[in-house]
Design a protein around this ligand. Structure first.
Ligand code: F6R
Length: 332
């Protein structure tokens, strides 16, 4: 593995030692009952991983301009604008609209215009440490920041212990093995519906860090439509795909059965497949462990194809074309 990629893998566990400081905390509802988090790409994952770890947390991820049309669920709904660079236009628009509507609003950012916006208006703000890890890998810091805003002490303790439990060496080996299986295939990632975010994280890791197409879907839904797409004569042979089923002990027992049966049907039609069990004694260990594995696999795949993994030139170019500054790391 290249020194740069190995460095990135080593920094992933280190981010869990991040100690968030909330500036201007007074306008946060004492006990927010729900959260609307505005964030794009890598900067949305604080909200979705917090919901994975604690499914009772009411978090809606808003990946668009403006605010959700239905507005505020209650006066105790906290709006959180999240952007690593602080310059993502959809998120700046979300923050401006939420502020205009006088919704309780906080910001999580590494700097840029979002930081200035929050400081000028004395909004609650957590500054995450911008470093050499790109936004899509900074999901630990983002989740810690959101858990701090919501005062979730147990989640914070579980997250902070990951600095010691995640092992860069083991993950590199696992990533290498899985990348060998996936090389020359288009990955199809399947999870349970409750873990849709995790599957999406695997997909975007393959896209952004691996620079290959990849797709994610959830069971049971895919069993009701997507599987038929592999039963006919199509533009590419079924052997072009590899179905990766991510199994979670927290899944409904029928999901496990569905994964087995779906995998069998796929195999009979020429789609190769593998099962990946996520493990750990806490939700934080299971979901961030799996995200770490996704990153390691994507980096190894990039190396297998000879692709550059860190920079995201297409994302940057698109941001430039749209007239907003894009950094060297897709918004960093
Ligand atoms: C780049 C990446 C992107 C960015 C996205 C939004 O590593 O993950 O998905 O996260 O373009 O930019 P930020 O995070 O700066 O708001």
């Amino acid at each position: 593995m290249s020194e740069m990629n190995r460095g990135l893998l080593q920094q992933f566990p280190e981010q869990f030692s991040f100690t968030p400081v909330i500036q201007n905390r007074n306008s946060i509802p004492l006990q927010p009952v729900s959260v609307v988090l505005g964030g794009m790409g890598g900067s949305q994952f604080g909200g979705s991983f917090l919901r994975l770890i604690e499914p009772s947390t009411d978090v809606l991820i808003h990946r668009d301009y403006g605010v959700p049309a239905y507005g505020q669920k209650s006066t105790d709904t906290l709006f959180v604008a999240s952007s690593y660079s602080g310059n993502t236009e959809e998120v700046l628009d979300f923050a401006a609209r939420a502020y205009d509507k006088k919704y309780p609003l906080a910001a999580i950012t590494g700097g840029g215009a979002l930081r200035s916006f929050a400081l000028e208006r004395e909004l609650p703000l957590i500054e995450i440490q911008k470093s050499s890890i790109p936004p899509r890998a900074a999901i630990g810091m983002q989740t810690i920041a959101l858990a701090a805003l919501l005062n979730k002490k147990q989640v914070l303790a579980d997250l902070q212990s990951l600095t010691d439990t995640l092992s860069a060496q083991r993950i590199e080996e696992e990533g290498r093995a899985l990348a060998q299986t996936l090389l020359k295939k288009i990955p199809l990632i399947y999870t349970s519906a409750r873990n849709a975010t995790l599957g999406y994280y695997w997909k975007i890791a393959m896209n952004e860090s691996g620079k290959i197409p990849a797709f994610s879907n959830v069971l049971p839904e895919a069993d009701h439509n997507e599987i038929e797409g592999f039963d006919g004569v199509g533009p590419v042979p079924p052997s072009s795909f590899h179905a990766l089923f991510i199994r979670d002990p927290a899944d409904h027992p029928r999901i496990r059965r569905r994964m087995d049966e779906t995998a069998d049907l796929f195999t009979k039609r020429g789609v190769s497949m593998s099962m990946l069990d996520i493990a750990g004694s806490t939700g934080a260990e299971r979901y961030f462990g799996s995200a770490y594995q996704a990153l390691a696999t994507a980096l190894m795949l990039a190396e297998g194809y000879g692709n550059e993994s860190l920079a995201t030139p297409l994302i940057d170019e698109l941001k430039r074309r749209l007239g907003k500054g894009g950094g060297t790391m897709g918004g960093a």
